[in-house]
Ligand binder design. Structure first.
Ligand code: TRP
Length: 436
């Protein structure tokens, strides 16, 4: 018996742009930390199919994928512990995308924020609403739903801006399940509103769109130059300075332990010069980022190492995706024409209520229990037990451990399905040989 299924956490990383300190503090560092938790199973992938929506420069697509992968690995992502892969290495994802596309209302996609923003902008400019809008942008939420549903993720850590996409993934999964049976897991968004929002060079939120970012893995002297350029007020050395509203202090805070931050605040009160404060900030960031930069530079110089890691990650991911897409294809009717349709226990009208256990005594004097669905179908029939307590104990066990047992059965089903497909293929080949 395998241990009970762990919480499965999955998130995608856009492969556009070069990561900056804000991305590191707000996304990379917390995600890498969370991925080390023993009770979770982490899936992290490079959303390179998504990047094609925004970027149609092939060299840049490739370069960004490399840079982002190197950044996450350098920041401590452990591919032994996390399933780390590139979206486009998983052919099952676009397959699932199509299955989902066919159960997704077009109206649902019309309401997506990103699409609506594009059409609103066009309308404001007096253009046709769909001017310059690709079907890729329109379909973005379906591809994202496939990313998530393909791996039966329970939790999806994302920024607040992605909350709507998660709602859509749930809606799409529910539509599919309604038609074909409970095959997809409805994911939950995990939105952390407490992640540090780093100010940029000008004190506004650090963001590419404000052009105020400090790149995560530039050369050390570049980092120094950038930090020296952070906007401060005109207070002279010796004058007490406010930590409140100081971008310098806020960035320091995001890197420092509590006692270090307290000491830094005291130095502000004691009138540290801005130049010295910047020097201290520089040293503190460098202490954390410096060793990572070495690893980053190494990886960037050896892209084959990254490629190998990504392919190994894809293999791990596909061990799940391949059998599962088989089950889903089977469910929607994409099956060999001569296959006997599987009795579809799961599909059909939505069931209402929950199955329940009933205990009783038979004429043979033994004690039994059965699990029946609300419509009276017997789902499970026990053997006879000597005492009602023995039967009761097994019922308890089923009630408490049933979900993990079920999950295991599901995994077995998926594996069997892929074996069935293999056997069918072999049979097909044998038939061809026999006919020749
Ligand atoms: N759309 C996400 C973002 O902009 C990236 C992403 C793509 C993603 N697929 C995903 C996130 C699946 C979570 C799960 O940040």
């Amino acid at each position: 018996m395998t241990p009970s299924p762990r919480l499965r956490v999955l998130t995608g990383i856009n492969t556009t742009g070069t990561p900056h300190l804000g991305n590191y503090v707000g996304a990379i560092r917390p995600t890498v930390r969370a991925s080390r938790q023993p009770d979770t199973e982490s899936f992290l992938f490079l959303a390179d199919y998504h990047s094609l929506i925004k970027c149609q420069d092939p060299e840049r697509v490739q370069r960004s994928t490399l840079e982002i992968a190197a950044s996450w690995l350098a920041a401590g992502l452990d591919p032994e512990h996390v399933t780390f892969y590139r979206q486009s290495d998983i052919p099952e994802i676009p397959q699932l995308t199509w299955l989902l596309t066919c159960v997704t209302g077009k109206g649902l996609l019309n309401r997506a924020h990103a699409y609506k923003a594009a059409t609103d902008q066009n309308q404001a400019a007096g253009a046709e609403p769909d001017d310059g809008v690709t079907a890729g942008l329109f379909m973005y939420p379906v591809l994202m739903a496939a990313d998530i549903l393909m791996f039966k993720a329970h939790k999806v850590p994302v920024g607040r801006d992605q909350a709507q996409h998660l709602e859509m993934a749930r809606d799409i999964a529910a539509s599919f399940n309604h038609l074909y049976g409970d095959l997809l897991i409805l994911p939950e968004a995990q939105i952390d509103d407490h992640v540090a929002l780093l100010p940029g060079l000008d004190g506004r939120k650090m963001s590419k769109s404000y052009n105020n970012v400090i790149p995560l893995f530039g050369p050390a002297r570049e980092l120094r130059k950038q930090i020296m350029g952070i906007v401060t007020d005109s207070r002279a050395p010796g004058e007490p300075k406010d930590t409140e509203g100081s971008a310098l202090y806020a960035i320091y805070r995001a890197f420092a332990e509590d006692d270090e931050a307290a000491a830094f605040a005291q130095a502000f009160a004691d009138g540290i010069s801005w130049a010295d404060a910047k020097q201290q900030l520089c040293d503190r960031i460098e202490q954390e980022i410096g060793p990572m930069r070495e690893r980053y530079d190494h990886l960037m110089a050896h892209p084959a190492e990254i490629e190998a890691l990504l392919l190994a990650g894809a293999q791990k991911a596909r061990a799940i995706a391949t059998p599962y897409i088989g089950t889903l294809r089977q469910a929607v009717g994409l099956r060999p024409v001569d296959a006997t349709p599987k009795r579809d226990k799961k599909a059909g009208p939505a069931r209402t209520g929950l199955p329940s256990f009933k205990q009783y005594r038979e004429k043979d004097g033994l004690f039994y229990f059965k699990l029946t669905s609300p419509d009276g179908t017997v789902l499970l029939q026990s053997k006879g037990f000597e005492s009602p307590r023995d039967a009761g104990r097994v019922v308890k066990q089923l009630q408490t451990e049933g979900s993990s047992a079920l999950a295991e059965l599901e995994n077995n089903l998926d594996a069997l399905e892929s074996q069935r497909q293999e056997v069918e293929k072999a049979l097909e080949q044998l038939r061809m040989v026999a006919e020749a």
